[in-house]
Design a binder for this molecule. Sequence first.
Ligand code: THG
Length: 281
Amino acid sequence: MKTVLRGKTKEVIINTDGPVIIIGESINPTRRKKLVSTLQAGDFDYVLELAKNQLDAMADMLDVNVGFPGVDDVKLLPETVKQLQSHFDIPLCLDSPNPKAIEAALKVIEGKCIINSVNGEEKSMNALLPIIKEYGAAVIGLTMDDGGITNDPYKRLAIAEKILKRAVKLGIKEEDVIIDPLAMAVSADPQACIVTLETIRLVHEKLGLNITQGASNISFGLPDREILNIAHMILSIRNGVTCPIANPEKITAAIRAADLILGRDDFAMRFIEYSQRTINV
Ligand code: THG
């Protein structure tokens, strides 16, 4: 199954047969106070620098999250989208829980983006799926709903199916629904990653959809986050993750290695391309 995205002109295809597409995570103010302060001052240099660093590290797309308490993201999300698109020809992933901010950004965005995200709650699906259909975007469906977050992979699969059915009923194409199995901190729950990995396997096998996840979430609160993120990423790719939201500056080498090992990189072209790039910087 292929999900096709576009920047102003550049096309990116997320394919369930791989290779893995990297959605850069860094435009996110959770741990970056500087992002909020610069954006609020109308200064876009820092967000453009975050974008460039991720693209240099081979991100294929960029997640764009500018939500922060006190920020007017209905104004800021579209402004940030315009700035990013005037400098970089790359598809974006609009990361906001605010349907008004999403719609405002969809009005100005060029190409075809991903909306991050809906979940299985009636309120979420009703607010966002019609807009996503209207603007022809793709969507990430989080496997949680009115009942909250379950630790049963079969229940997460059922929520994925519910979102898929609802989206298709509204006229959104099946291939434009990307599932998020919910990656959470393994420091808080020793079963967290295995539940996610099993959900990935089930969604891949039963629904055949493209699968993302906020890959760096799993290592919150632990030392040596980089190695944990890499181990989890490789296991996730084997199970069916095709478009993780991750830090390309830390993870691209491991992803290129996994793709090569899984027979998705003829003559090791992509692996070598990345390795040459590392040597040359
Ligand atoms: N699913 C979906 N979208 C998401 C998430 C998800 N969006 C937000 C988040 N989760 C994914 N994005 C991040 C961004 C940064 C980090 C984790 C997840 C992170 N950053 C390091 C830190 O905070 O210490 C900094 C890394 C660095 O130095 O570059 O951990 O789950 N659909």
